[in-house]
Design a protein. Structure first.
Lengths: 399, 399
């Protein structure tokens, strides 16, 4: 029997999905499982997007342009201009989700063995993309005590080697919800220019900012045109994860011309998804107001509940719809599995994501979990009661 | 300015698309361009598939399972069973087109520096996927004189090295249209078992067989379960290239478990495309009868026309909707560009794909072109008249 690739063996199983069989078993035992483990919002996809797909009238579902349907890219450029990001349709390549956009960016800018610096904890799937591209992630620490702010510039300097090609941030952050300040982005600008690096910025949660704070894009900075690659997606913005439409955006012509060759090899992004995403650009502002109000209420329930639990701590981040919380537990993998396998309170339990999967450094995140606040307030309140009760009886508690 | 990756520099521009700007200029000059350069059929997508998308009634467009929607995979297993291919839903991972399925297969089974043997000419985008995965394609010659039959077993033996991990075939073949016989597949089985290799079989044109011949799948052979990875797509079968739905299929459990990790990293394949593809499985047989009759007539027009041209030769392949023809020309790249830049006959010209892009060996295919017979018979007849006239006046003719 021929052997599996080294790369395939190295590829991590998704930290979010490895608990799925335990959740299924819990459900079979009649237990209601609150899913706080995954970033699949329950918010409805805007009607205007769904309607466009229902009204699809072409007779042949053809390949689109490899960079995406022209009219969509032009309209999308208008969306960015509204967000003070001056780009044109030619600066955009539409990908099958942010996932494909990140792969295009890595393959275009980095070779196997090259290094990318990412503050940890970070979105676990970056590991998969990095292994895919043969790229090595060099983590630098952001800490729960500082609310997961950008690590100090000295941490970047320490991590930079001759193989460093890029720095990657996610802003607002998944998994921490942290929203970077203008000052922090200026620090990044300085490092990137000093060491002639690429700056990959995953800004898929751009709209999800709270507490009166606004999002600052790395695209706003002058002098970074050759360095910045923006990663985007409509998945969260319009609660349309299944359309698989993202984008890789850069003002660096050579980067875009090279990325286009990767895009051409896979022919085109999904046509129906692009139709939905183009129409979604007409989503009324009122949709976002309602969504933000809802998420703010959800965040407050989670943060306040956790901070009310003995031995637990949760920062109050101003973005996205995640928090990373510290719990009085020995091992978050064990705890999250135990919640599904052995625990229930009044017939209910919660599914969380162990934070270990978001750290590259072994041993980190053992007493942290990521919570996606993607359920209605009433369900979140029930979830938090479950969590509080669970911490009282978990055998590996560390009060 | 940070540098582009080595991989990005190596990545070939699509041989099919590099002529597009010349075609656009020709159209601006008022010339009608017959597109025989690309495998985008003009056949209508089955109504049953389009209707399913129009009737999409979910309120949230959610991620699907990373391997694809369960009900789709189960129904798809039924399609394969109808084709005497005994597989289950668990043997299938749905990809964003055959493109992603090929990438999954390469990444799962091969490491950077590993080699894959492919008879040339071959589908040009295999080059892109190979560079993407860091894999080296080792071409072995199939020749126009033999109609592009499978190379002799001695050619495979010569090409095998310690780094050889797989053999790849496309059956029926793009670009040659060649349909492999049972005997040829048996030869492949023998080599694959002898050297413990994977056999990747791209069978996306399975239904497109003519002259009373039927398609034999590598999945039909016993004893190859651990070796065979089937690549499939709905793009051509249902003329639905834009849905971006393909599949990677294998009975090798370890291969599928590993591939699933790559699939999980990119979350899920497109939901709308899967809805269309699942419904497309109900396409009535009459649709295919009509389509096959149409393609047969088209093939005959092209093959007979070319063989009637002085100094030209076209095999009569029994599958897909492509032929590779030999023309009395010095350089197919130059000729195809000249057709768009300098030639027209009665206000019309043709766009062909230079065969050089389908060969990995430099210098091969200089006097060959690939023709996709994806236009109506009347347009193909006009195209062939254009081609005949062009060969009379082309400055680089080699009569």
């Amino acid at each position: 029997m021929p052997r599996i690739s080294q790369k395939g063996r190295m590829m991590p199983a998704s930290p979010i999905r490895k608990l799925v069989p335990f959740a299924e078993q819990a459900k079979k035992r009649g237990i209601r499982v609150f899913h706080l483990n995954i970033g699949q919002p329950d918010i409805e996809t805007p009607e205007v997007a769904l309607r466009a797909v229902r009204n699809f009238s072409q007779k042949v579902v053809e390949y689109s342009h490899s960079a995406g349907i022209r009219s969509y890219r032009e309209k999308l450029a208008g969306y960015y201009q509204k967000n003070d990001i001056e780009i044109t349709a030619d600066d955009i390549i539409i990908g099958a989700g942010a996932s494909e956009a990140i792969l295009f960016a890595m393959q275009t800018c980095m070779d196997p063995g090259d290094e990318i610096i990412i503050p940890e904890p970070f979105y676990a799937n970056y590991n998969g993309f990095a292994i895919n591209a043969g790229v090595r992630i060099v983590p630098i620490p952001s800490t729960i005590e500082s609310g997961f702010a950008l690590p100090d510039i000295s941490e970047f300097e320490k991590a930079i080697s001759p193989r460093t090609r890029a720095i990657m941030i996610c802003n607002p952050n998944n998994p921490t919800g942290y929203l970077y300040s203008v000052h922090e982005l200026e620090v990044l600008k300085e490092i990137v220019l000093k060491h002639d690096l690429y700056l990959f910025a995953d800004e898929v949660y751009r709209e999800f900012c709270y507490d009166g704070l606004t999002h600052h894009s790395v695209m706003h900075f002058e002098g970074l045109d050759d360095h910045v690659v923006l990663i985007d997606s409509v998945s969260k913005r319009y609660s349309a994860c299944g359309v698989r439409i993202g984008a890789m955006i850069s003002r660096n012509r050579e980067v875009m011309q090279t990325a286009l060759k990767f895009a051409q090899a896979r022919l085109s992004p999904p046509t129906f998804g692009q139709v939905a995403a183009e129409a979604a650009l007409d989503t009324p502002d009122s949709y976002f107001h309602g969504v933000l109000e809802e998420y703010l209420a959800r965040r407050n329930v989670v943060v306040e509940s956790i901070n009310g639990m003995e031995g637990a701590f949760c920062p109050k981040p101003s973005g996205a719809f995640y928090v990373v919380a510290r719990l009085p537990i020995d091992d978050s993998d064990r705890f999250c599995q135990w919640l599904l396998e052995e625990f229930s309170f009044e017939g209910q339990t919660v599914m969380l994501a162990p934070a270990t999967g978001f750290y590259a450094t072994p041993g980190k995140g053992l007493n942290e979990v990521r919570i996606s606040y993607v359920l209605k307030v009433a369900d979140l309140e029930r979830s938090m009661i479950c969590l509080r009760e669970a911490l009282q009886v978990y055998p590996g508690q560390t009060f």
